[in-house]
Design a protein around this ligand. Structure first.
Ligand code: SR1
Ligand code: MG
Length: 408
């Protein structure tokens, strides 16, 4: 049971470590069954682009995480205002996920809509997957867990599993225009012309200018953008990259669901695969003799296979709407093509867009970093160009593998 805001009239105020600790000390899980948790201490650990994230520990040894939305994009500053209602939407997404895959999302204890915050379980025993990958660490359950999360949460919120009225009512509760606009712009528009938000090193400009002239890639991105904007198929996480997944050898948790909305099913899995592929490209460029890049490519392949197999089984078992075999095959083929295309756009934006990634940016040696980024841009462009015609998702893996000389 999630407790609700204790002081409903208090206007939004940005918390700092002191006020966050004082706030959390009065709420579950720190204050539990009326016992005094003692003085609490908070540490702000948010390293994402949008929010404040505090880890709070009480004297009695209990801990939790408090996440508060800032009224602007943290990465850019107050010049880019952003709705704080995204916090309530994220919590609502966790409620839906908890009813479907409770083991794969954090437990939420307390929420305060006015303060645009919620308190959830402390997951600091887990690693953020992007950081772990950068250090050459992979987790055995990751591929299967992410595939299960994506397939289960999306299919069970789609017209295949929900009565059409129920699905539309849920979709109406998950309308998220401001966060969707960020994705429409930063993932599916700006990288594909000379937009001011792009951050292109001079050496990469020729490759980008070629991409901007490449009508096959441009057609593909236009089609994907149209799908993203118009196809309200299922509840998406909306930002399922390796920085939104925490894991260790035993468990996996999906976090940062503030981009959740009803969109095309291929988007989330495409985004996750793209970020594995970026990691593989970065590793292969920096240490070509190290087998880790090949292992990451293998995990991407495994993620897709688990996802596609589960989607197929769920389509066969769907209670509301079962596609006949031919339509099911076409649906899965289209899903693979769109996922590969979305992955291409994500790879490109993470390489030269506003929100780039540590996998590439942390390569200290400039010539090596530029070689990794060149390979990433080539892989992204190949995915965009070829994805509308691939007959099996393995072709997408080969396109990426070819770009880093790891094709099987
Ligand atoms: C302005 S927000 C930039 C990026 O951060 C989030 O994690 C999303 O990936 C978004 O595109
Ligand atoms: Mg995030």
């Amino acid at each position: 049971m999630v407790s609700e805001n204790a002081v409903p009239d208090r206007q939004y105020a940005r918390l700092d470590e002191r006020s966050a600790a004082a706030y959390a000390a009065t709420c579950p899980p720190l204050a539990r069954d009326g016992d005094d948790p003692g003085e609490a201490r908070a540490r702000e650990v948010g390293d994402g682009n949008l929010n404040l994230v505090f880890i709070i520990t009480s004297q009695s040894g209990r801990s939790c995480v408090l996440k508060q939305a800032l009224p602007y994009v943290r990465l850019v500053g107050e010049s880019w205002p952003l709705t704080i209602q995204r916090n309530a939407l994220e919590r609502h997404a966790y409620e839906v996920y908890t009813s479907i895959t409770p083991d794969l999302v954090p437990r939420v204890y307390h929420a305060d809509v006015r303060q645009a915050l919620f308190i959830m379980e402390d997951l600091s025993h887990l690693r953020i997957v992007r950081g772990a990958l950068t250090e050459g660490l992979l987790f055995p359950r990751l591929a299967e867990d992410v595939a299960r999360f994506a397939a289960e949460t999306m299919l069970r919120t789609s017209d295949f599993y929900l009565d059409s009225g129920e699905k539309k009512r849920l979709a109406a509760r998950c309308v998220n225009p401001e966060l969707c606009k960020i994705t429409e712009d930063l993932v599916l528009t700006d990288p594909f012309f000379d937009a001011p938000s792009n951050q292109i090193e001079p050496e990469l400009r020729p490759a980008m200018e070629e991409l901007w002239q490449d009508m096959r890639a441009q057609d593909s991105v236009a089609r994907l953008r149209h799908a993203f904007v118009t196809r309200a198929e299922a509840l998406l996480h909306g930002d399922l990259h390796s920085g939104s997944v925490m894991a260790d050898r035993e468990e996996t948790k999906i976090v940062d669901a503030e981009f959740a909305f009803f969109g095309p099913i291929a988007f989330d899995i495409g985004m996750f695969l793209a970020n594995l592929w970026i990691s593989a490209i970065a590793h292969h460029t920096t240490r070509p003799e190290d087998p880790f890049a090949g292992v990451v490519l293998g995990q991407a392949d495994h993620t897709w296979r688990c996802f596609a197999a589960r989607v197929e089984t769920m389509l066969v078992e769907a209670p509301i709407w079962r596609l006949p075999a031919g339509a099911r095959r076409e649906y899965l083929l289209a899903l693979g093509r769109d996922a590969a295309g979305f992955a291409g756009a994500e790879i490109i934006r993470r390489t030269i867009g506003l929100a780039r990634v540590a996998d590439l940016e942390s390569i200290a040696d400039r010539p090596t970093r530029l070689r990794a980024k060149t390979a990433a841009l080539a892989a992204g462009r190949a995915l965009l160009r070829e994805s509308p015609a691939i007959d099996a998702f393995g072709e997408a893996h080969r396109l990426v593998g070819r770009g880093v000389d790891l094709a099987s």
